[in-house]
Ligand binder design. Structure first.
Ligand code: NAI
Ligand code: ISE
Length: 335
């Protein structure tokens, strides 16, 4: 059986997901696409032999769409996810589920009211082989209890539309999710401090920033977001345990000796760094959807991410340590 998929948002990441589902993965077919930029949307539709729909809502309710992928801008995610829930269709939404916790809460409320889990959030790092290895070592307590984590999230550069809050809401939201998943516990406090500003950051962006999280059991985490690092796309995670230090494996690239130097290439962007994770994420999403279930990060995970990001934004704006209050996870989302 083949899953008929509609994609809303045919920009950078939308195109890569359409390409992987069409030419790499098994079990899915892109039947329809939609984009506010009609010209680009139509080009993508033509390239992949799919229908172009003028509106996301029409795409969601179409008979030739069994499941929906939302890869439009952050602020548009909520309305499309709610529409998919209304139509009782499975929906994969790129992160963040919604830019604010109220939006995520509305999604949770509607999904629970419908009585069936339908939503998966695009936290693809959970599918990365390196993070999975770290999780196994932490869960097995191979080197004792984790005590501290030192992480970095570096992009080579960002454009003028990327503002100070986005370092948390758009970039470090990945660490907020994957570190909570790695450690198997939620956060209790957060603080955000600024480093000296790089000359490459434009007026509306404070870059780099450091987010400091504490988990409920007391694990201390620092995450550096440096989105104009000017050398490549670099993701680091070091877990200091009682009996050893575990590092997230680097993507394997050949080391070259040339010109009196040793050079090991670093990835240029997220699509290159996490390509295997995206493939795994979507193959599993297709398989699970065909089996009528959700088995990836849920709307609850998206909600917890947004609560934590909101607390981090408050901490940044008030220059203080902010408590993170997360309600008990409803039974509906457990397991
Ligand atoms: P983009 O700007 O390249 O593409 C977004 C597309 O959505 C554009 O073509 C735009 O015209 C379209 N769009 C905007 N509003 C729309 C609406 N109301 N209805 C239909 N189409 C609409 O952006 P990009 O980089 O592809 O990001 C898209 C989403 O994916 C964002 O939410 C972003 O946070 C997320 N993302 C996730 C990544 C990950 O690693 N998981 C990596 C990059 C982006
Ligand atoms: C982008 O939206 C992503 O999600 C990437 O994974 C992240 O590394 C980048 O910083 C974000 O802007």
């Amino acid at each position: 059986m083949e899953l008929k998929i509609g994609v809303i948002g045919t920009g950078a990441i939308g195109k890569t997901h359409i390409e992987r589902i069409t030419n790499k993965l098994k079990g899915g077919k892109i039947t329809a696409v939609s984009d506010a930029n009609i010209e680009n949307g139509k080009k993508v539709a033509q390239k992949y032999n799919a229908r172009f729909e003028e509106s996301g809502e029409a795409l969601i309710s179409a008979d030739d769409v069994d499941a929906v992928i939302v890869t439009s801008w952050d602020q548009t995610h909520e309305k499309y996810v709610l529409e998919a829930i209304k139509n009782k269709k499975y929906v994969f939404c790129e992160k963040p589920l919604a830019p604010d916790q109220e939006g995520c809460k509305r999604i949770i409320k509607e999904e629970m009211a419908g009585g069936k889990k339908l939503v998966q959030v695009g936290f693809m790092r959970r599918y990365d082989a390196g993070y999975k290895q770290l999780k196994k070592l932490i869960e097995n307590k191979t080197y004792g209890e984790p005590l501290m984590l030192h992480c970095a999230h570096r992009n080579p550069s960002v454009d003028e539309s990327y503002t100070t809050p986005m370092a948390v809401e758009n970039s470090m939201i990945h660490e907020i999710d994957v570190l909570r998943w790695l450690l198997g516990e939620d956060y209790s406090t957060v603080e955000v401090v600024f480093a000296k500003k790089t000359k490459y950051a434009h007026e509306n962006l404070q870059d780099p920033q450091i987010m400091i999280l504490t988990t409920k059991s007391g694990v201390r985490i620092d995450v550096e977001a440096f989105v104009n690092c000017h050398y490549g796309y670099d993701i680091k995670c070091e877990v200091a345990c009682e009996e050893g230090i575990i590092n997230l494996p680097e993507p394997s690239n050949p080391m070259v000796r040339t010109d009196a130097s040793r050079i090991t290439p670093i990835c240029g962007d997220w699509s290159e760094r996490f390509v295997d994770a995206y493939n795994e994420e979507f193959q599993q999403w297709i398989n699970a959807t065909l089996e009528d279930r959700v088995d990836g990060p849920t709307a609850w995970d998206g909600y917890v991410g947004s609560i934590t990001a909101a607390a981090a934004s408050k901490a940044r704006d008030t220059k203080s340590v902010v408590k993170i209050n997360i309600e008990e996870c409803p039974e509906f989302y457990k397991g």
